[in-house]
Design a protein around this ligand. Sequence first.
Ligand code: TPP
Ligand code: MG
Length: 346
Amino acid sequence: MAKAPRAAEPPITNRERPAEPQPYDASKDELLQFYKEMLLIRRFEEKAGQLYGLGLIGGFCHLYIGQEAVAVGLQSALNGDTDSVITGYRDHGHMLAYGIDPKAIMSELTGRGAGISKGKGGSMHMFSTEHKFYGGHGIVGAQVSLGTGLAFAHKYNDDGGVCLAYFGDGAANQGQVYESFNMARLWDLPIIYVIENNQYAMGTSTARAASEDQFYKRGESFRIPGIQVDGMDVLACRGAAEEALAWVRAGKGPIILEMKTYRYRGHSMSDPAKYRTRDEVQNMRDTADPIDRIKKLLEEQGVQEDELKSVEQAIRKQVNESADFAESTPEPEASELYTDVLVEFY
Ligand SMILES: Cc1ncc(C[n+]2csc(CCOP(=O)(O)OP(=O)(O)O)c2C)c(N)n1
Ligand SMILES: [Mg+2]
């Protein structure tokens, strides 16, 4: 017998919605930790840009500079034993936010055997299944449906995990995103869809490409609620993560977080940057920088200039060491060409 159609639900505005997230109330130690993690990403990416310029990194390379608060704030709220993460090609920061050794990431960029994907993936294809980090994907939007699959696995295996699936404002216009939304809500999968709205998809601004540029609303016709978050504020990011995780862990199904952020550098290392003015970028750096913001808070809490300087020095040292290592460690053996490759007949 055919199933009776479900009763019409009231418009989404009248249904239960997640509470307005509060900025995370971080202790001084936590603030310092956020600062260190964001600064490590910033300095790591600057160094990667230099190595790229020197020809030591080949292929594509997309830097995360400006967006650091998103990965650091969100991932700090995860349960490392159960929750999974998946993202696109702008993935170095998400890996560093796990505390993965920068040497393993930098040597992946230089294509060396000690790299986290044995030097065979490069910038866009980093994985650490040990950390439940499932890439690093070069196909725009692919991570959204793959992430939905990860969430399905969490539910099927009843392992208590939640998937955090990051994608960009450009990817948010893809069809597979909405097929994924439909299934995720139909089955109430444990997934947080994180739209990193950095306002551009390559050289195209959201104003030119998005009919609905309030991306947190993109789930409405699937009855998926969304929250818009200041992605330049690590405390707002962490606060939103807490709220979203509570929603999903309570079995209420998927949720969308739109992180309003900005990338300071080009789309990739080969971006002529003709689609925005220098002033626009400088203004964001001057007024909204996520690292400066936390530095100011630390100073207000009485952390001395000396201490912040020594943090900076230690991070520079760590990044330089990772670059030296990445330049000197050997390339993968030729025999590695035949490993990690799926060869089957269908
Ligand atoms: C299916 C597919 N189409 C097009 C591309 C080329 N491409 C790479 S990145 C990109 C823009 C994506 O922008 P967005 O989703 O906003 O992410 P961001 O780069 O800003 O992080 C495009 C069109 C691709 N890699 N895959
Ligand atoms: Mg974008």
